[in-house]
Design a protein around this ligand. Structure first.
Ligand code: DGY
Length: 324
């Protein structure tokens, strides 16, 4: 027996973060099928003081019934928490934290990588060679789209959106326009060579590349729908490292198939790990399996930040990254 709080991770974490967690908590790691099945959730809610879920978890409604449950806190391993019903957590008195900041650079790097890969055929060229199709250099094969100096449009100008703007402005001389629900401090905007526009449509119409950095779920579901895809230039590319449900995937697949937009770089999907079947056969999109924060260093930092939040919670202090 131990008097450390009992914590369950719903999926394994990087080793260094697990070792750190074991110093402070009586820790178990769910090693079975993913996402963690509902019956395991129901048992866990009675057996653990806290649970650390991830984006793939499907929480049962009982998760929010803190009076009946031993579990009083969720330390979410991730910045996005659209898989958690925050209103239910607040009304049930369930503490919830997330991991902002530590994955900003990794995610912006991945978004820029997808932009380059989609525009310059980096992934397509790789497959060209593997398929044995390369017959040697010539001036007209696999021509891509010029990136340096092209206009980048950003939807959602929080930490990751701003980190993307920084890469585009300082690294690629790209003029940046963006849409954000609240007004961004003009000093921040000016330092990134960016311009805030009043509507999403204005950003879509002005951009050669559109990168999504807003939260998923709620009113952002299908924010990019058929009408908004039609507002993009036919030469433009859509980059999504935010959440799959921000885009109507069927409408996007159609826009890619018909050439209504030129291409896409996608890290997230509406019904992960399923991917719309049309996307997997289209050559003008680059597909990644939700790798935005996937570096050893970043995933370790995410685990350590979950730990800091849970430590605060069990000390009775405010969690530094509380979202409920
Ligand atoms: C995040 O942190 O939101 C990543 O998408 C993984 O959940």
């Amino acid at each position: 027996m131990t008097d450390k709080p009992r914590i369950l991770l719903t999926t394994p974490w990087p080793r260094r973060a697990i070792e750190a967690m074991r110093e402070h908590f009586d820790l178990d790691v769910h090693e079975g099928p993913l996402p963690m099945p509902e019956d395991r959730w129901l048992d866990a809610l009675q057996a653990y003081d806290g649970i650390a879920p991830t984006v793939i978890d499907r929480l049962p409604p009982q998760a929010y019934e803190t009076v009946q449950n031993r579990t009083k806190v969720l330390g979410n391993f991730g910045v996005g928490y659209n898989h958690i019903d925050i209103a239910a957590a607040k009304s049930g008195g369930l503490g919830v934290s997330n991991t902002p900041g530590v994955l900003t650079d990794a995610t912006a790097d991945q978004a820029m990588g997808l932009l380059l890969a989609a525009a310059r055929g980096i992934s397509r060229g790789d497959w060209h060679i593997r398929a044995g199709e390369w017959r040697g250099w010539n001036p007209i094969d696999l021509l891509g789209t010029h990136v340096t100096g092209a206009t980048l449009g950003i939807i959602g100008f929080g930490r990751i959106g701003q980190a993307m703007a920084k890469r585009a402005h300082f690294g690629f001389d790209m003029p940046v326009v963006f849409h954000n629900r609240s007004r961004i401090d003009p000093k921040v905007t000016a330092a990134l060579g960016a311009r805030q526009l009043d509507s999403i449509e204005a950003v879509l119409g002005a951009s050669d590349f559109v990168s999504l950095h807003c939260p998923g779920g709620g009113e952002n579901r299908h924010l990019i729908n058929a009408t908004r895809l039609a507002a993009m230039k036919p030469t433009a590319f859509l980059i999504n490292t935010a959440r799959g449900d921000v885009v109507d995937e069927t409408a996007m697949a159609e826009a890619l198939r018909t050439g209504q937009i030129a291409g896409a770089g996608l890290d997230v999907f509406e019904d992960e790990p399923k991917v719309h079947p049309d996307l997997t056969s289209l050559k003008n999109c680059v597909l990644n399996p939700h790798l935005g924060s996937a570096t050893e260093a970043t995933r370790t930092e995410m685990g350590l930040l979950v730990m800091a939040n849970l430590q605060a919670f069990f000390k009775g202090d405010p969690m530094p990254n509380a979202v409920a």
